[in-house]
Design a protein around this ligand. Sequence first.
Ligand code: ADP
Length: 448
Amino acid sequence: MFSKILIANRGEIALRVIRACKELGVQSVAVHSTADANAMHVRMADEAICIGPPASAASYLSFPAIISACTITGAEAVHPGYGFLAENAEFAQILEDHGITFIGPSAEHVRMMGDKITAKKTMLELGVPCVPGHEGGVDSANEAAAVAAEIGFPVIVKATGGGGGRGMRIAHSPEQIDSAYSTARSEALAAFGNDEVYIEKYIERPRHVEVQIIGDGKGKAVHLGERDCSLQRRHQKILEEAPGPSITPEMREDIGSRCAAAAAGIGYSGAGTIEFVFSDGEFYFIEMNTRLQVEHPVTEAVFSVDIVREQIRVAAGLPLSFSQSDLAIRGHAIEVRINAESLPDFRPCPGRVTAFHAPGGPGIRMDTPIYMGYEIPPWYDSMIGKVIVHASDRNSALAKLSQALDELIIDGIDHTVPLFQELVTNPDIKSGSYDVTWLERWLLGRFQ
Ligand code: ADP
């Protein structure tokens, strides 16, 4: 096992990793920008080091700053959390070259899955069902029109290097393909510095269902069932649950074992998520995330496992601490992401937290870096915490979520708790019958 790990992140996920390090008896090093000098992860880690000014490009995304911090503190491994450098193959490679362990898959696997065209090809070869489409990039508006006609409308134009719901445009008819193609391309260039796009069938009103896998890097892998993340705004998840309300044990076993076999087949190391759109009982692969996900706690709750601990163990060369037959689902878990945002337009609302009280009681977990008096900086993602509930069944989990949200107090800033308080009473949410377009439609009606 490592003796010291540096966490190249901030916010709730930095705290999450520090907690796992403490339980494993591993020293933890926090890094922070000058804007985060008073952040909770800085206080909670065994050591902390300032790595630059507020702008992420000069701090949390700076290879030299992070590698220097490893050298100065003697950290042997880096946990990247999610976001920032978590899916940066070059970063994983440079760490490797410096003899520092990247807590995640190999640079090769990060690169393979970071390019969505290569990821899709690889998954198809490994027996994972994919969205029908064109295998390869599309280089001109004319080619886009031809490919779209061949696939059949509606289609979705997607950035090869995409993430965070950006660089994606739907075309419902031939008239829309030109603008979908050029908008997706320019958005992709601005967001990812790579304007390569591809086209696939747009599956109408699907659910988003994703499978959690963990591989030991030596050809063994297990799956930890699925999460349903269909409540989305602008293709970004805001509520996640496990197990998926529309997934039967047979479906879980089938897709889960295919995903585990695919991960084992490439010798995948660490935690990963294989994402699908799900419609009419069929799964269609859309992408693989080669990192810890924001929503990992719902899986931890229903399987009674610690995914971060497992990531660290595998990176240290230890075997998986469970096999597939040890894993069974117990109950139902739901997570909501709390953002410092003002409704109805979800405008970021940084500022000082003047009062804070976290919900408690059996089956309630809140992962958050905020505290009373904390000044939420304007520089970073607006997510300020997650409330996760676990109960014997879905209805009880929703009741628990409702009570946890009522108990939660965050004063001084606007946030999205009132939105969830309203959503938990909605009949469609209660019955679990919603798809990825549901929330946008509901918001239109609610805030018109
Ligand atoms: P990102 O990497 O930006 O998160 P994804 O490929 O994971 O992009 O897709 C994000 C969301 O976009 C999905 O959860 C789904 O709602 C929608 N989406 C993506 N591809 C399709 C598709 N082929 N058909 C329908 N919806 C899709």
